[in-house]
Design a protein around this ligand. Structure first.
Ligand code: NIG
Ligand code: FE
Length: 419
């Protein structure tokens, strides 16, 4: 090697899960921690990392274009947020009092509010308005240390408006430092014009929407809200299998409120991930484990919906050896926050996950929930230099000292994008 572009030195603590594969069970706790570390970067990739004296030895005689001293700070892989509803119009603070008075989430939806309210605002918004609003959220995520975000459609529910959302996500991916992974979620709710005719709406998704989305290459994944009164297991299966035939891998909003069998379906169709899972049965969790499905847990959502039950993270990790991932679920209804650092605190409080498990869940397991474990989600030679730098002595400090943003800097592909 003749040259490195950047040597990041003075790292007080470097912490990362090892390897590229999803980390299950006990392995979620085993993170690599290196004190007084350095990372060498060339062409946006990590070429060496380790204790500073070892990296310096490796670099003897190598030209170092630039050295940056992070003055004893904490460095982690850039976080991956694998489940968001990033692109949407409007907001729903007018439903707050209703929600707090105890009206259940699905009742608000059944009355034409909730997701359907956001459908109205999203349809009414221009592509540029959606773009500007989503860009602001993406900036917040980046400032939280997030370098890759999944973004779902699902507030258009017509071919034209779903495509509008997905095009916004594609433009943002091109223009913003954060990478965006797109998911088509036309089956997020039954729109008013199909009220009482959900089967016909499913036909429309399968025959018209999915082929058009695939044709333009606008989504890598397809997701379905498999829930009582929304889409049944049979309808979800139909949509997901049709999407798979067009090359879109499956994700499922599964067993969030009612144990409908979404986790079992995730296993059956070999989904890449199953989300929420508050009401998942033991049989459902066993199906995830058997088929290597990543459970994506969203503790911000149960917190904001005021629920007293939470996803069974401890059983998932200890009993079923599942590779749990965490995400914000950022959306205007059930979880209006972009803050992955708040989610870390809630994972500690309500899911009883340890700091090491939380780090693994927000990095390599989240990357694997998006099929990107080879490229991002850990500090390894050959991977992208997506790094977050915190004013914190160790990783546990993040879920511990809550309610503020600890980020000092963020590097994307070896470039400082926040400093
Ligand atoms: O993941 N559960 C369904 N979808 C979203 C909420 C969307 C909304 O309320 O606008 C979720 O929680
Ligand atoms: Fe969601």
């Amino acid at each position: 090697m003749e040259r490195v572009d950047l040597l990041l030195t003075g790292i007080g603590t470097l912490v990362s899960p090892p390897g590229n594969r999803p980390r299950c069970g006990q392995a979620m706790k085993e993170v690599r921690e290196i004190k007084d570390a350095a990372i060498a970067i060339r062409q946006g990739k990590i070429v060496f990392f380790g204790p500073v004296h070892e990296v310096e030895e490796m670099l003897a005689g190598v030209e170092i274009a630039k050295t940056v001293d992070v003055c004893g700070r904490l460095v982690t892989p850039g976080f991956v947020d694998p489940h968001t509803h990033l692109v949407h119009g409007g907001s729903r603070e007018h439903e707050l009092a209703l929600k707090r008075s105890g009206v259940p989430y699905l009742d608000i939806l059944a009355q034409g509010g909730g997701i359907l309210h956001t459908v109205k605002s999203t349809r009414a918004a221009s592509e540029q308005e959606l773009y500007d609003k989503a860009r602001r959220s993406l900036n917040e995520m980046l400032l939280n240390g997030v370098t890759t975000v999944e973004a779902k459609s699902g507030y258009g529910l017509t071919l034209k408006d779903e495509m509008k959302q997905l095009r916004v996500a594609r433009r943002l991916d091109e223009a913003h430092p954060v990478d965006i992974v797109s998911t088509f979620m036309g089956a997020h709710a039954v729109p008013p014009e199909f009220k009482g005719r959900s089967e016909e709406f499913v036909d429309h998704i399968v025959s018209d929407m999915l082929p058009a989305v695939a044709e333009e290459g606008l989504a890598e994944f397809c997701d379905v809200f498999c829930e009582a009164g929304v889409f049944s297991v049979e309808q979800s299966r139909r949509i997901l299998l049709a999407a798979q035939r067009l090359g879109m891998a499956s994700k499922i909003h599964a067993d969030e409120i009612v144990p409908l069998g979404g986790a079992g379906l995730a296993g059956e169709v070999r989904a890449i991930s199953a989300e929420h899972l508050l009401a998942a049965t033991d049989e459902g969790l066993a199906a995830l484990a058997e088929r290597g499905v990543v459970p994506v847990l969203l503790p911000g959502t149960s917190f904001n919906l005021g629920l007293t039950t939470h996803a069974r993270a401890r059983d998932m990790i200890d009993k079923y050896q599942l590779p749990v991932a965490l995400s914000t679920d950022y959306n205007p209804g059930s979880c209006p926050t972009e803050s992955i650092q708040l989610i870390m605190m809630l994972a500690s409080l309500n899911l009883k996950m340890t700091p090491e498990e939380i780090l693994t869940a927000c990095t390599i397991n989240a990357a694997n929930a998006l099929g990107r474990g080879e490229d991002i989600g850990s500090i390894e030679v050959g991977k992208r230099a997506d790094l977050a730098i915190f004013d914190a002595p160790n990783f546990a400090y993040l879920p511990y000292h809550f309610g503020i943003n600890h980020t000092f800097g963020v590097m994307k592909n070896g470039q400082a994008v926040v400093w």
